[in-house]
Design a protein around this ligand. Sequence first.
Ligand SMILES: N=CN[C@@H](CCC(=O)O)C(=O)O
Ligand SMILES: [Zn+2]
Length: 412
Amino acid sequence: MKTLIKNIKELLQVRDIHIDKLEGSEMKNLPVIQNAYLLIENDNIKDYGSMMDCPSETAIDKVIDATGQTVLPTWVDSHTHLVYAGNRELEFVDRINGLSYEEIFERGGGILNSAKKLQETSEDDLYQQSSKRLEEIIKQGTGAVEIKSGYGLTLESELKMLRVIKRLKENYPVAIKATFLGAHAFPTKYKDNHQGYIDLLINEMIPAIAQENLANYIDAFLETGYFSVAETEKIMQAGQKYGLTPKIHVNQFTAIGGIKSCVENGALSVDHLEVVTEEDIEALKGSKTMPVALPTCSFFISIPYTPARKLLDAGLPLAIASDSNPGTTPSGNMNFVVATACIKMRMTPEEAINAATINGAYAMEVGTDYGSITKGKKASLIITKPLNSFYELPYAFGSNLIDKVILNGELQ
Ligand SMILES: N=CN[C@@H](CCC(=O)O)C(=O)O
Ligand SMILES: [Zn+2]
């Protein structure tokens, strides 16, 4: 099956040779072909180039005329909690009325509230609720997504979440990676017995999850009042024994030396980073760990934004992701993430698009197939509505500017 997209006004993120990630000033460069074509064969990008070299349409099964439209690779959302039960709109109102995220947690809300709801929800119901959200983000242009557990907090419920992620992976044409986040919060029962919960995570949950091959990564909420540096180190090391690479929530509210520890423990990514110190930046320099900012979390709970300029000016790479979850970001819309990164973090559109494609793909290890227009990669593409230029994508932040989404060569 061959599909030709012709008369593309701007073909974005064209990389003849696959690159792993972009750092510092490299992120300013977003290669574009004006007046381009793109040829899809089955589920792959077969060829692309200027319209002057467009192949003849005789052997083509389907032709899409993209006059005036922009084509770019689908978004890679490397940090979500897309599988959850119910929502937390009452806490949203509590925050409007003056309570902070921490105060809500201290009153038994927050993550523990979502865990209670999830424990009471059947696996089928959880699958139905989550598949609606997955379908929504596909329409919004996401072609690869990482999904975490972490609202179960018991062996049974963590397995339930991870099995739902596995079913989503089997049933949708999106690349999905699963992360075990049993260390999201201490369940009330273990409030004064942290070691008891850590033993449960290490001795029972991680082995059971590995046995069913349900996760790619291990995560923890490394934060004052949640998991300490020492506790997170134990969890990262236990995960690694089972082949789970760390991707860690860190520096959301406080900087307590977590980033250095994550880098030393081989973390693929460190995520949140609303608070960043000079020591954190030094620890990241020269490492393989991708910093991941979650701008729409900052937007929703009114906390500082990750200091993108500071990180980029230090020569570091940066990815951006949605953090879709019921507490801090009830949206998985990567278009809004890109816009917020530009509007609030002063990333240029080029930098934000690089952060949401190539660098996102690095942060969930799908770069060989996703993240750029490169021959042989998956034909997972966004075709926008007619635009003056791609700058309109973050500029018109509230508009739906997507005309079509193609995933693995199939029009959605
Ligand atoms: N901060 C930790 N975890 C999630 C939110 C969890 C929740 O409030 O449900 C986050 O990334 O923002
Ligand atoms: Zn998160």
